[in-house]
Design a protein around this ligand. Sequence first.
Ligand SMILES: C[S@@+](CC[C@H](N)C(=O)[O-])C[C@H]1O[C@@H](n2cnc3c(N)ncnc32)[C@H](O)[C@@H]1O
Length: 355
Amino acid sequence: MADIDNERNCEEKGTSKEAQLLAACYEGNSQRAKELVDQGAEIFVTDETGRTALHFAAASGDVDTVRFVLESGIPWNSLDVGNYTAGDYAESSGHDAAYNKLVQAGIRAEMILRLFNKGQVDGKAANEDYLTQPVVYSGDRLIDAEKNGVMMSWEAPLMELHAKTICANPGGVVLNVGFGMGIIDTALQQLSPGKHVIIEAHPDVYQHMKNEGWDKKPNVYILFGRWQDKLDEVRALGPYDGIFFDTFGEFYKDLDDFHKAIFAGGNDDGEQQPILSQPDGIYSFFNGMGGDHKLFHDVYCHVARADLLKLGMDTQYSQVASDIVMDEETWKGIKRPYWMIKSYNLPTCKWVQKE
Ligand SMILES: C[S@@+](CC[C@H](N)C(=O)[O-])C[C@H]1O[C@@H](n2cnc3c(N)ncnc32)[C@H](O)[C@@H]1O
């Protein structure tokens, strides 16, 4: 991240209104910033490293200035050329209140976006291209045709924790959506579930499962296909004491649709029982949402918790595995690092207990 304090490039740029505006934001002088905008300064200015007025305001830590810039229209999720959010600038200087202001703005924007997008259907699976192209198991990773990391072994400690979260007692009925490298399924088997259902949509992964003998395990039921098409079979094999969800190439909307399918009784009349058993079933999901930017991730965590609550689920995030070491080797040969955050927010979702 470029150091605003050292460069002070807004000063070096002379006295244009825009340079003064960035300087006022960096000083946390919301009054002055407003005056300059009223006098015609362009709020959508960026400096040579792509930093917006929001990056400068966030670096100042002044909440009023952050609010003013957000209200003037600078998006909460602006990135500079170094790929840093305004949240990175606030956080690195310990400006918690300014950081929280950005998270709140993100949550609000995502909720509003949701209203606009409501009802949009295009009929095509989000990850259709992925599902129709080959994948390769290569050492500590599973990669797709475009060199995206579908699953990587650095996630193993997280998968073991997820397995313990959803399979607290031997003999339970568990469901895992997305086999990948089978890390969580291996961990679940060690916890002796009574029935272990796995949904997997990719033909190469399904073949790999058979090569590894997963179809011969006495308590394992493999459903080959997209979870969206397997809900009746899932239901027939349930209900489940524990459910875990970790697919690839899908979006938040798919996760939210899955939640509606497993918690909301499966149809609008609520005639069917939920797929997760009541009242003690436990649900968890791979929480990689917005995992390349802490600010985006924090916003998604809040949005997911609010959406799950609407479905009757209480979500707790425990911060775990901050000791996972990531270096250049971790991501070598991978198109896009998908996790860049220091600690992992492991979600545990339980039914809200009725009084
Ligand atoms: C990230 S990997 C899962 C890794 C797994 N948790 C582990 O421990 O190894 C995601 C898996 O979900 C599968 N998948 C993607 N979309 C799916 C869908 N709609 N339904 C079922 N499986 C899906 C992918 O083929 C891939 O095997």
